[in-house]
Ligand binder design. Structure first.
Ligand SMILES: Cc1ncc(COP(=O)(O)O)c(C=O)c1O
Length: 380
């Protein structure tokens, strides 16, 4: 079957009958970057925009962060890096998850920077890089247990690493528990990172770019010497730790759905799949075109609230694939087309992304990353 190419492209932001959009303030993202830059001092920050900039839209967000003075942009894999290049981003792009050797020629053509994530890559990279050069950032596993050279592996890898020194431009680590009020493990990771750097320096390997901390690491001051950082979540104005709130981070995203239909129901009317909500008195039920297929979690049904006209109202019944339902008292003036706020940009609101994540026992990352590409994104 022939599928026209444009059949696979993302949906129009507002196809008829749906009016769901994430409104994203690039100004807030730029201000959050500036706040973090102030904490980090003269160090350049690598801005993490993997997973479509945590659901905020990689290209516009990447451009705003470049304009705001980020040292570079970091993504998870080759596909995300190429998406940035296709979208006109020309500055440094770091692939955090490393690359298979056979992808190096493509990465080289697109001037990508690649994390070197383990000893298994040394030989093949040394063979391919002279013809297909890319900048490398050596990743150390100081305690995360995923990617990176273990400190115990460095000694036996020194010759292999030295062979890559013409391309070796950076060194990095990643904190496993920077959100933990107990600094103990993070302090151990910091010490390990420094010890590894010394070992490499003694062997004649030095690095122009050094970065270790994520958002929480910056907020907690895990910025040793010249070591810079790679914030993600805080750029979007979200945080799980008190230091983030103290810095005045501004959530960049609001999720808005316009009312598709309003009906008045008598007491005793059940709403939605499973009849999990029954109106205790006459009510207005507003149906919104947003469901779990858009990334609004099913388990927010009968638990979350949405904002409308300066008040909040409960999401009642089950959230379905494309719709959710909100109950309002009879006297509230509401009509199809009226906008309701599903994710609020006010961190203190009961329907802020942080509060909803708490309600669900998860982290804000999961809520924003889950927002489907089918919903419109509007940049303010
Ligand atoms: C390697 C790496 N660095 C930095 C970050 C940014 O972390 P955060 O969003 O917590 O600031 C991530 C995110 O998961 C990551 O995987």
């Amino acid at each position: 079957m022939n599928v026209p190419a444009d059949a696979l492209s993302p949906l129009r932001p507002r196809p008829e009958g749906r009016a769901l959009r994430a409104e994203i303030s690039l100004g807030r993202i730029a201000r959050n970057l500036a706040r973090l830059q102030k904490v980090a001092g003269p160090r350049g920050l690598w801005a993490v925009i993997k997973a479509n900039a945590y659901g905020h839209g990689a290209i516009p967000v990447g451009k705003a962060l470049e304009a705001g003075g980020a040292a570079g942009l970091a993504v998870s894999n080759l596909e995300e890096a190429l998406e940035l290049r296709d979208g006109g981003i020309t500055g440094p792009v770091l692939v955090l998850g490393g690359l298979r050797p056979e992808a190096l020629p493509l990465a080289s053509r697109h001037h990508l920077t690649v994390a070197l994530v383990g000893p298994e890559s040394l030989e093949s990279f040394a063979r391919i890089l002279p013809e297909h050069p890319v900048k490398l950032h050596l990743k150390l596993d100081t305690g995360m247990g995923r990617f990176g050279f273990l400190p115990s592996e460095l000694g036996e890898c020194l010759e292999g690493l030295k062979a890559l020194s013409p391309w070796m431009k950076g060194i990095m680590g990643h904190f496993a528990t920077s959100d933990d009020p107990d600094r103990g493990f993070s302090d151990r990771q910091r010490k390990t990172f420094e010890a590894c750097r010394h070992q490499l320096r003694d062997a004649g390997l030095s690095f122009l770019e050094v970065h270790h901390a994520n958002s929480d690491g910056i907020l907690r001051g895990y910025l040793d010497g010249d070591t810079s950082a790679r914030p993600g979540l805080a750029l979007y104005g979200l945080t799980c730790i008190p230091e983030g709130h103290a810095l005045g981070l501004e959530p960049a995203m609001e999720l808005i759905a316009e009312v598709a239909r309003v009906k008045t129901v008598p007491a005793g009317t059940a709403v939605g799949y499973g009849r999990t909500f029954v109106a205790p008195q006459p009510l207005q039920i507003a149906t919104l075109g947003c469901g779990y297929a858009d990334g609004y979690r099913r388990d927010l049904g009968n638990r979350a609230v949405v904002g409308f006209g300066g008040a909040t109202y409960p999401v009642v019944g089950r959230v379905s694939m494309d719709y959710l339902t909100v109950a309002l008292p009879l006297g509230v003036a509401i009509a199809p087309g009226d906008p309701m706020v599903l994710f609020s940009g006010d961190p203190k609101a009961p329907h802020s992304i942080e509060r909803l994540a708490q309600l669900l026992g998860t982290i804000p990352y999961e809520l924003t990353c889950a927002l489907h590409r089918r919903l419109g994104r509007v940049y303010l």
